[in-house]
Write a protein that binds this ligand. Structure first.
Ligand SMILES: [Fe+2]
Ligand SMILES: [Fe+2]
Length: 156
């Protein structure tokens, strides 16, 4: 089914966000593992896999709309040099994803493409959960201090 060109462009923008997030999270999860924070590694890795599924859904939808998925364009990957910076960069990425998905949902509706809108709404729920997860960790660091927080993340 031939889709609206502007909407395909919007979906490609979301795809760039997802591909950027995957790269950022894979590096952050490996850095966490390298420092011995196995629990944090698992959380971040799980988040990267969710973003991979989002990228897949977007690629599938762009192809269905007879567009060409752009997989070679990434945004700036914001690698943090320590855990608090990583969490803060990841939170910024998720907040930006929420903003972009909300805008894209409006764009899909105004293009009269409610099936695309529904796909985007499902993804938005995941991004919302990611913001929640990262805000929780930020608050824990604020309340218990970074050393105590890191102690909770050490191990397998
Ligand atoms: Fe995502
Ligand atoms: Fe996310």
């Amino acid at each position: 089914m031939k889709g609206n060109d502007a909407l395909i462009e919007t979906l490609n923008g979301l795809l760039a966000d997802e591909l950027t997030a995957i790269n950022q999270y894979v590096v952050h999860s490996e850095m966490a593992e390298n420092w011995g924070y196995g629990k944090l590694k698992k959380t971040v890795r799980a988040r990267s896999i969710v973003e991979m599924k989002h990228a897949e859904k977007l690629i599938e939808r762009i192809l269905f709309l007879e567009g060409m998925p752009k997989v070679s364009e990434l945004n700036t990957i914001a690698i943090g040099s320590d855990i608090p910076r990583q969490l803060s960069n990841d939170l910024a990425a998720e907040m930006s994803a929420v903003k972009h998905y909300n805008k894209a949902i409006v764009a899909a509706a105004s293009a009269g493409d409610y099936a695309t809108r529904e796909i985007l709404e499902h993804i938005l729920q995941d991004e919302d959960a990611h913001v929640n997860e990262l805000e929780e960790k930020r608050d824990q660091i604020g309340q218990m201090g970074i050393q105590n927080f890191l102690a909770t993340q050490a191990g397998e």
